[in-house]
Design a protein. Structure first.
Length: 321
């Protein structure tokens, strides 16, 4: 019997989807707290819980079955395309901290092909030099005081969205011209140092003047992008989102793409400049094998074009008489 297609389990899926509609930001641990209350209610959800428990034997296994349902419900509730990778990461973390029961759940879910949500493997796009120029021009004119520096960081340092938003002044060494990345999405990304090129130094200098006028001399623990709506007002808290400012810039610049594509653009520029895989990873942090393969192809095309340009500059061959 296919467990996923039983009426009781379909009701579990429906309940999980209703949770997503009610509160998209519901965390896994909140679901762990709410699940027992939902399970004892007189509803098809209760029947679904009982039906799933029969698949397991033993006290530990029955407790594990409860968590397994929570994991499945969390995946269904948060399975929108943009969140699947994060869901898989968080579910994997939960299973690891559970120890032996987590190993049991992992085996059961893997057999049913429910362990991980399928993630679309896309490398992303790289903006053209013309698109970058238009975006930076619009960002400089934007009402948001953050977006111009944030976009410049993304295009010149390859920092992720969260890395930019949580950047503090203490992570930047202007004397030695580099910044140290703090908390990152991946272990390889944390603590990496990124040199500040001349463009970033210039933009930081301009931004620093606005910051000092607004808040006084920056403290090491203060965030570079302070919280506050409609105007930044609290440097002890980081800005929560740059989405509105980014959407406005992208629309006015007549560019299509995601914020994360700014990072892809920087990595592509590095690849086209001839930088090796290790240099790219030292600057950008973790880069998937698929992405590195893509950028290797870009480097080969750049080399081929460079060599072909030499041929085009050579004098025409003189025909023998």
């Amino acid at each position: 019997m296919n467990v996923l297609h039983t009426p009781t389990v379909r009701s579990l899926i429906a309940r999980g989807q209703s949770l997503r509609r009610l509160r998209p930001t519901l965390s896994l641990f909140t679901l762990l707290i709410l699940f027992p209350a939902l399970a004892v209610a007189q509803s098809p959800f209760d029947s679904g819980f009982t039906a799933m428990q029969t698949l397991f034997t033993g006290t530990v296994a029955k407790v594990a079955s409860l968590i397994a349902i929570v994991v499945g419900g969390y995946q269904f509730a948060h399975g929108e395309p943009g969140a699947k990778k994060t869901v898989n990461h968080e579910v994997g973390f939960l299973l690891r901290i559970l120890g032996d029961p987590g190993d049991l759940i992992r085996i059961r879910l893997r057999k049913r092909k429910m362990l991980k949500l399928k993630v679309r493997q896309t490398v992303g796009k790289a903006f053209t030099p013309e698109e970058k120029s238009r975006m930076l021009e619009e960002a400089r004119k934007a009402r948001s005081p953050h977006i111009y520096l944030a976009l410049t960081l993304a295009l010149n340092a390859g920092m992720r969205d969260a890395e930019i938003k949580t950047l503090t002044w203490g992570q930047i060494d202007f004397a030695k011209k580099y910044l140290a990345v703090g908390r990152s999405k991946t272990e390889a990304g944390e603590g990496r140092t990124i040199p500040l090129n001349s463009t970033l130094l210039e933009v930081f200098s301009e931004y620093g003047e606005w910051y000092r006028d607004k808040f006084g001399k920056p403290r090491a623990e203060w965030f570079v992008f302070p919280f506050g709506k409609p105007s930044p007002s609290d440097p002890t808290r980081p800005v929560t989102t740059l989405k509105t400012a980014w959407n406005n810039v992208r629309t006015k610049a007549k560019v299509t793409g995601r914020w994360h594509d700014n990072r892809h653009t920087m990595i592509t520029d590095l690849a086209e400049s001839g930088a090796g895989d290790q240099t790219i990873m030292d600057i950008a942090g973790h880069v998937s094998k698929q992405m590195l393969s893509h950028y290797s192809h870009i480097r080969m095309e750049a080399k081929r074009s460079a060599l072909e340009a030499i041929v085009n500059r050579q004098p025409a061959k003189v025909k023998s008489s």
